[in-house]
Design a protein around this ligand. Structure first.
Ligand SMILES: [Zn+2]
Length: 86
């Protein structure tokens, strides 16, 4: 009977680490790109969104730019009322 087992000390862990390294580098590059877009954005269109805060699954209402998705700040009570009734 022929066994077709692969080498137990295969190069898989190395492949995984090179893949994750590639992903991490891509995320960094994309974050930089996003930062550039957000810095040059004038945030003309804004809407209120429930944004996750912290690690306890809680949400907080924030003003977010429709174009670049940047959190601009906290809405005023008036803006919250408008958002709730819309
Ligand atoms: Zn923006």
């Amino acid at each position: 009977m022929e066994e077709n087992e692969s080498d137990p000390i295969s190069s898989q862990p190395q492949e995984i680490s090179s893949t994750t390294q590639k992903i991490v580098n891509e995320i960094k590059a994309l974050e930089k790109e996003l930062e550039g877009i957000q810095t040059s954005c004038t945030h003309q269109k804004q809407s209120l969104k429930n944004c996750p805060i912290g690690s306890d699954n809680s949400f907080s209402l924030r003003k977010v730019c429709d174009d670049c998705q940047m959190e601009i700040g906290y809405p005023s009570p008036e803006e919250i009322n408008k958002w709730v009734s819309s």
